[in-house]
Design a protein around this ligand. Structure first.
Ligand code: PEP
Length: 252
């Protein structure tokens, strides 16, 4: 059985204290509740070292939202994979559409980041997804195929087992306009076929594929009930404790 995961992407939100309060609230809520899904909080870097203590003994994982493609050295302002790992974090998001579009991160760079993160011992939540124009021109499958082939499929099978894919149609991120469960299922099943073609059916079957894009408590159950949707990557709704906890509990 592949892992089901609900991961929160806090983006550039939450100063130190509110972030501590949010993480504490989520930890306490789940302290005596079992969940089908694993929970991961992808916070700003400033929270990571504190989460080690705060989430110690809980079933909640945590990680970063980006990393450098370089190992160490004169890269002012960058954060390395090894620094992230040294906080006790287990995950890093790579290839989020905001990194691709606002910071010009392309397939080659994202591949280097992914390879380095995995070599360092992190699990990678690798985002892919098409723009609205690309869906309208019906090239969305080709776009996602290119993103995966160039950004991920250079990994060998053992490395790839540390990848969680997040399909996030860009037109759904932060817009309030989620993909329909059928649209999500169609792309997730296509992604699983691509993985099958590259790594074989066993790996494809074991790969967790998350949906992201305006997922909230009111639509999560329906989207997560699709056979190839293994949970979600949650942006805006991960900043509200009750909403996020309800989304986690939507994975049945
Ligand atoms: C995201 O940023 O990964 C995301 C899915 O955002 P939102 O849930 O706000 O659409």
């Amino acid at each position: 059985m592949r892992k089901r995961i609900v991961a929160g992407n806090w983006k550039m939100n939450m100063d130190l204290q509110p972030g501590i309060e949010l993480a504490t609230g989520i930890r306490d809520y789940f302290s005596n509740r079992k969940t089908v899904a694993d929970i991961v909080l992808c916070t700003p870097y400033i929270h990571l070292a504190i989460l080690k203590e705060l989430l110690n003994g809980s079933n909640i994982g945590y990680g970063a939202q980006n990393c450098s493609a370089e190992t160490s050295g004169a890269y002012t302002g960058e954060i390395s994979c090894s620094m992230i790992k040294s906080t006790g974090a287990g995950y890093v998001i790579i290839g989020h559409s905001e990194r691709r579009t606002l910071f010009g991160e392309g397939d080659q760079l994202l591949y280097r980041k992914t390879k380095l993160a995995i070599t360092t011992g992190l699990k990678v939540i690798f985002c892919c997804g098409e723009l609205l124009e690309e869906r309208k021109s019906e090239i969305h499958f080709n776009i996602v195929k290119r993103q995966l082939e160039h950004g991920l499929f250079g990994l060998d099978e053992n490395e790839f087992k540390n990848v969680i894919i997040a399909y996030e149609p860009v037109w759904a991120i932060g817009t309030g306009l989620n993909a329909t469960p059928e649209q999500a299922q169609e792309m997730h099943s296509y992604i699983r076929k691509l993985i099958d073609g590259r790594y074989g059916d066993k790996v494809a079957d074991e790969t967790t594929i998350l949906y992201g894009g305006s997922c909230k408590a009111s639509n999560a159950s329906e989207i997560f009930s699709m056979p190839d949707v293994d949970g979600g990557l949650i942006g805006g709704a991960s900043l509200k404790k009750d909403e996020f906890c309800a989304i986690v509990e939507s994975v049945k």
